[in-house]
Design a binder for this molecule. Structure first.
Ligand SMILES: Cc1cc2nc3c(=O)[nH]c(=O)nc-3n(C[C@H](O)[C@H](O)[C@H](O)COP(=O)(O)OP(=O)(O)OC[C@H]3O[C@@H](n4cnc5c(N)ncnc54)[C@H](O)[C@@H]3O)c2cc1C
Length: 335
């Protein structure tokens, strides 16, 4: 009989894990709490660093999952697990021979940073809102008019001890550069500013994109943190910042303030970790058994990790890990 592996989460990591398991003659079952497979990518427009439509990547993965005949239980939430079973929110128990946890991360809630007025003032958005606007083909100020000045603020809910999120979310810098370029392509006359602490362009093609943003699109990068935002009577947002390179305070009115939100640990991690005794890092992300020789293994035999459940990652990194996690799970069940 085929060995059955339960994959928790049907984002890119979960789908790739299941595909790789199926290729090796195993029987994966994906358990996904949302009505559709895809995870965060369902909300993204085009992907850094190539501006590839997110839909293209999703369609390909979903088609292959479908064609492989992989069982996918959608609208089904896992509330507890052991190495050989998962308990669903409706009380049912699914059994298997191993589990791969690919339940991803949660987006930081920008309204926690009250000083930026998200959810209070018009024209304050998050990077996730901007992805949705691009997908819907409606990028504009709240009143429907075109923006003339746009400011991006990096590291919202990342590298911020005040909100207990010390980690770097890794993908926000490059997302800010990508979205700034998209804005300039759409509104060539607009002035676009990126306020950053450091620019972390770690991946292939990222640094080139950052240069292109400055040289080709004339996007302005200001090293400094916005301390507060407030509404003006003409519907704009006034921001106060300090340019930390010149040491000068800065005040500016913008039509759109876009907060680059980070990834924080999945809300479910604490409860999922409890039963089998999975270790978590201080950030709340799951802690791999060994960062060098076993970053897809958990501290519990028979439970493996794939994707952003252990830390912020790009799609490419999540897919690679998923392949490795599937191989490790296959070895574990003796395939
Ligand atoms: C604003 C933003 C833009 C980004 N843009 C890019 C980009 O352009 N290029 C790039 O390479 N990367 C990008 N990323 C990173 C990318 O989104 C992640 O690498 C990717 O989503 C990770 O996939 P995942 O499968 O690990 O997690 P997720 O996409 O979070 O998927 C996890 C899945 O698990 C499900 N799940 C969670 N808990 C349970 C449970 N208890 N039971 C059942 N199901 C559960 C969730 O519903 C979800 O479908 C971006 C990130 C952000 C924040």
């Amino acid at each position: 009989m085929k060995k059955r592996i339960i994959v928790i989460g049907g984002g890119v990591a979960g789908m790739q894990t299941a595909l790789r398991l199926a290729e090796q003659g195993l029987e994966p079952v994906i358990v996904e709490k949302e009505p559709e497979l895809g995870g965060k990518l369902r909300g993204w427009h085009v992907l850094f660093p190539t501006f590839t439509p997110a839909e293209e990547v999703l369609t390909d993965l979903r088609r292959r999952v479908n064609e492989s005949g992989i069982e996918a239980l959608t609208s089904t939430e896992v509330v507890a697990l052991t190495p050989r079973s998962v308990t669903l929110a409706d009380g049912r128990v699914l059994t298997g021979d191993a589990v791969v946890l690919a339940s991803g991360s949660t987006l930081f809630d920008a309204s926690i940073k009250e000083e930026y007025g998200y959810g209070i003032y018009d024209n304050v958005f998050t990077s996730a809102d901007v992805e949705r606007m691009f997908n819907e083909g409606r990028v504009s100020k709240t009143d429907g008019t075109a923006p003339r000045r746009i400011a991006f603020l990096h590291c919202v809910g990342s590298r911020d001890e005040k909100v207990c999120q010390q980690h770097c979310s890794k993908v926000c810098c490059v997302t800010g550069v990508k979205q700034a370029i998209e804005m300039k392509r759409l509104f060539p006359e607009a002035d676009v500013f990126n306020f950053y602490m450091d620019i972390r362009m770690f991946g292939p093609g990222y640094e080139e994109m950052y240069r292109e943003a400055q040289q080709t699109y004339n996007i302005h990068f200001v090293r400094g943190r916005i301390s507060e935002a407030s509404p003006t009577i003409d519907g704009r947002v006034q921001i106060k910042a300090e340019d930390t390179l010149t040491g000068r305070p800065l005040r500016m009115s913008v039509d759109m303030l876009i907060l680059l939100i980070g990834m924080r640990a999945n809300d479910d991690n604490a409860s999922l970790a409890g039963g089998p005794g999975l270790e978590r890092a201080r950030s709340g992300f799951m802690r791999p058994r060994n960062l060098f020789l076993g970053n897809i293994a958990s501290n519990v035999d028979g439970i493996f990790y794939a994707g952003t459940v252990t830390a912020p990652k790009t799609i490419g990194e999540s897919l690679n890990e998923a392949t490795a996690a599937a191989d490790a799970a296959a070895r574990y069940v003796g395939a």
